[in-house]
Design a binder for this molecule. Structure first.
Ligand SMILES: O=C(O)CCC(=O)C(=O)O
Length: 354
């Protein structure tokens, strides 16, 4: 794997040198801003790798808490799965739609049999069948909300230029050993669209070591300078036709990114590097921050080591608004997304919907 790591090291070094020479424009209004070196890197490259952002005991606490949630709450009689192919994106159902402020469980497609039941080999270890849990974990008392509304996250977002960060969603991704599927290339703003411009920021926290073998993130540096290509919407046709797909993926303009929503070539390391991606291996506790327009993906986990992560997705509340056609909407439309600047106390009013 030496070439992949060498490739990453060379690109990172070049990006770092370039970023220190370039003035930073605020993404809010294109004015020049003075920024810390790491904010300069983030705005130039579209992502930022922050080693040891949280300590390993916090990672363990999150993993432990998730295990309790899964064991106590996952009703495996009600089975839904999660994949990122074009077909899987639009075929999602009510259980997904209703997960905005809840804790819902999505299995790996390959952990289910033809009848969409959990395969027998997972009966005694059901957590090993999960793809992800979302999207309201940050609303729950415990380590996920404590981290989400911590001073460290608030200060980071402020340093990167967000004025009033709102937190629409969180998720826990398992990327299980052997069955953990690929996450196809995408821009997060496709799913978290804001107007009049994009303002999504993803915070991807490694809870386990993430390597090229177990499906670490691959990012395409500077791709955040390309406009968002697709918008994932609730399907308006559904109102008059209940058998229409629940969601649609709208292409916003013609582009030459042939792997959009898929993997470059056959998805091997060489094809990814030729398309401009670099691998970003992480240690437990490392944080990867990425701009909502940054192209990224992860390959299947064919190793024997799971790769758990906890993700937050934030948007700017002062200068942008949440698109009314986004898939994620609270059932009570007058309920606002929690504001980072209001801290943990506000969660008293945010009882998780059951
Ligand atoms: O963790 C992964 O494999 C992919 C996560 C991702 O793409 C995202 O959170 O947007």
């Amino acid at each position: 794997m030496k070439e992949v790591h060498q490739h990453t090291a060379e690109i990172l070094q070049r990006l770092e040198q370039e970023s220190l020479l370039k003035p930073v424009k605020s993404w809010l209004d294109d004015t020049l801003v003075s920024a810390s070196p790491r904010a300069q890197f983030f705005h130039h490259a579209g992502f930022l790798h922050l080693p040891n952002f949280v300590d390993t005991s916090t990672c363990q606490e999150m993993k432990q808490f998730m295990e309790e949630i899964v064991n106590n709450e996952w009703d495996t009689q009600q089975m839904d799965s999660f994949g990122t192919s074009a077909k899987e994106n639009t075929a999602r159902g009510d259980y997904f739609l209703e997960s905005a402020a809840r804790v819902h469980f999505f299995a790996e497609p390959s952990a289910l049999d033809d009848k969409k039941h959990l395969k027998e080999e997972f009966y005694e270890n059901k957590i090993a069948a999960l793809n992800k849990v979302g999207h309201g974990l940050h609303l729950r008392k415990g380590p996920f909300s404590e981290y989400a509304f911590s001073a460290a996250i608030r200060e980071l977002m402020s340093e990167l230029g967000w004025k009033d960060p709102l937190l629409p969603q969180s998720m826990y991704i398992f990327k299980q050993a052997v069955v953990g599927g690929a996450v196809n290339s995408h821009q997060d703003s496709t799913f978290l669209f804001t107007e009049p411009r994009q303002s999504c920021c993803g915070l991807w926290l490694a809870l386990d070591e993430a390597t090229t073998e177990n499906g670490c993130l691959w990012v395409r540096p500077k791709s955040h300078q390309e406009a968002v290509r697709r918008q994932y919407e609730r399907n308006p046709a559904r109102e008059s036709n209940p058998s229409a797909p629940q969601f649609v993926m709208k292409e916003l303009y013609q582009h030459s990114i042939s792997w959009d929503g898929d993997l470059p070539g056959t998805g091997n390391f060489v094809d990814l590097m030729e398309a401009g991606f670099i691998a970003v291996p992480c240690q437990p506790g490392d944080l990867l921050v990425f701009n909502g327009e940054l192209d990224h993906l992860s390959l299947p986990n064919k190793s024997t080591a799971a790769r758990h992560t906890f993700q937050l997705h934030l948007i700017e509340g002062k200068y942008t608004t949440w698109s009314p056609s986004n898939w994620l909407q609270y059932e009570n439309p007058s309920r606002p997304f929690p504001r980072l600047n209001n801290g943990l106390d506000q969660l008293r009013d945010y009882e998780v919907e059951s």
